[in-house]
Design a protein around this ligand. Structure first.
Ligand code: ZN
Length: 484
């Protein structure tokens, strides 16, 4: 569930950002910050709200706190404080001009020139580039620049609010007639991209792939903080930015991002970054780059991947008897099953590891996207018309395949571990069994509509026994299938 929630959160954050600057409040967001020539790192930052002379202002790339300094798009400064900004693309320099001040900020430099004098920036945090949702902006430390321009700056830690009070305007200050009316736009590079790069995808199994429209192109491949980076100078991604949830044996996620700055010879860089699983390195990947295409096989981690699915959750309680909810019985069982599988050498992903509502399609999609080796859904049953019925049923979609083999292993192991009434291995047209690509089973651990069995199902020791059986059966199956 954690990965899943993280992805959802990312999506929500991206959407929420559109509205957030309307009120003074913080939210966290992931954006890319330039750390050196051609190098960006993705950081999760707190966003800040901006107020000038009591009025909240909005920017497309929000103000954010970076290395304990609040950074704002440079255009915001010019608009808010009536300064002029010129951009020199070759020197990566922004020159901020008012009637009596000239401030030169160089991207990546912790020293500014103020009326020709070198002045250190606070905390050594330089002007830099920030990229969010494909929008690239030059960002500057707001306090340094505001104070240099004679404005006073207040910071409200509670609200993450920067309040700027602009200097009193001198009405007699003459306008400089030779100031060019149209400053060079830093965010509009003159050069068009040379080719496009497709969105990376992970196909089932463990192959990652994408391609450039120009078959002569091969990316610059390097490692950066343990990540593997593929840079395409002059390339443009089909979609400005995004994340592909892989959770494969070697690669955790693929992130891609379009940069308008980076390499000297071209303002466009398409970057694809592979975040690796703990302990994995570039050596755990087989990377093929030919004819503009990149194909990557993950060779590192041989552990089988099991998706453990606790039924229901959140607003969906499942069956309800004697004050008990099915969702609360099956979650501890699922967690116990997962722990046992991990101890036996499996990788385990939970569809939920807390009391969260998840749709059936999300459960099946998760297993399919991860390329799981097996899928185990855990439920408790009910038949209100026949309260005498009790016992264990294990379901697969149809007989005759690997799912039935898995169902038999698990069913038998549960009978051995917990001794419930044996109601057999059965077939059912359940969504999570029908729509999953791997052997998938659903265990109905017992009948909540039977008063005795409901009490047993509520007992932690009995839950553990059922979980032990489920895990043992799955482990037996994985061994027999040569996966473990
Ligand atoms: Zn259920």
């Amino acid at each position: 569930m954690k990965r899943f929630a993280a992805v959802l959160l990312l999506i929500l954050t991206a959407v929420a950002l559109l509205a957030v600057t309307a009120s003074a409040a913080t939210t966290t967001t992931a954006l890319s910050v330039r750390t050196g020539p051609g190098q960006f790192e993705t950081v999760t930052v707190n966003t800040a709200s901006l107020e000038v002379d009591g009025q909240l202002l909005q920017t497309d790339v929000p103000a954010f706190v970076y290395r304990s300094r609040t950074m704002v798009p440079i255009r915001f400064i010019s608009d808010a404080l009536g300064a002029n900004v010129e951009w020199n693309q070759d020197a990566l320099q922004a020159t901020i001009t008012t009637a009596d001040k000239t401030i030169v900020l160089t991207i990546g430099s912790a020293t500014a020139l103020v009326n020709g004098q070198s002045v250190a920036l606070y905390d050594g945090v330089p002007a830099t580039m920030a990229v969010l949702n494909g929008i690239s902006r030059t960002v500057v430390p707001v306090r340094f620049v505001s104070e240099q321009l004679g404005a006073s700056v207040a910071w409200d830690q509670q609200q993450y609010l920067v309040s700027i009070t602009s200097p009193k305007q001198e009405p007699e200050t003459p306008q400089e007639p030779e100031t060019p009316e149209t400053p060079v736009e830093p965010e509009t590079p003159a050069v068009e991209p040379d080719y496009t790069v497709s969105i990376p995808k992970a196909s089932s199994g463990s192959v990652l792939s994408w391609s450039a429209s120009d078959t002569a192109v091969s990316p610059k491949v390097f490692t950066l903080d343990g990540r593997v980076v593929f840079d395409y100078p002059g390339g443009k991604l089909d979609k400005a930015s995004g994340t592909v949830n892989v959770n494969g044996p070697v690669v955790k996620t693929i992130r891609y991002n379009q940069y308008d700055h980076g390499y000297d010879d071209t303002p466009y860089v398409a970057r694809i970054v592979l975040d690796l699983q703990t302990g994995m390195t570039k050596d755990d990947l087989e990377i093929n780059t030919t004819g503009g295409s990149v194909s990557i096989r993950q060779v590192g981690d041989p552990r089988p991947l099991v998706v453990v699915d606790a039924g229901h959750g959140g607003k969906d309680p499942g069956a309800m008897y004697d004050g008990y909810n099915e969702k609360d019985f099956v979650l501890p069982m699922a967690l116990e099953v997962g722990q046992r599988l991990e101890a036996a050498g499996c990788r385990v992903i939970y569809s939920r590891d807390d009391d969260t509502y998840i749709t059936l399609s999300d459960r099946a999609d998760l297993a399919n996207e991860l390329g799981a080796d097996i899928f185990i859904s855990i439920h408790a049953n009910a038949m209100p018309q026949k309260p005498n019925i009790n016992g264990l049923e294990t379901y697969c979609y149809k007989l005759g395949g690997q799912a039935e083999v898995l169902a038999n292993y698990v069913h038998d192991a549960i009978l051995e571990a917990a001794s419930p009434e044996d109601r057999g291995v059965r077939t059912a047209n359940y969504y999570v069994l029908r729509e999953t690509d791997m052997p998938a089973i659903l265990v109905e651990t017992g009948y909540m509509s039977n008063a005795d069995e409901c009490q047993k199902l509520a007992d932690a020791t009995y839950q553990k026994a059922l979980a032990r059986g489920i895990a043992n059966g799955a482990i037996d199956y994985l061994h027999a299938a040569g996966l473990l």
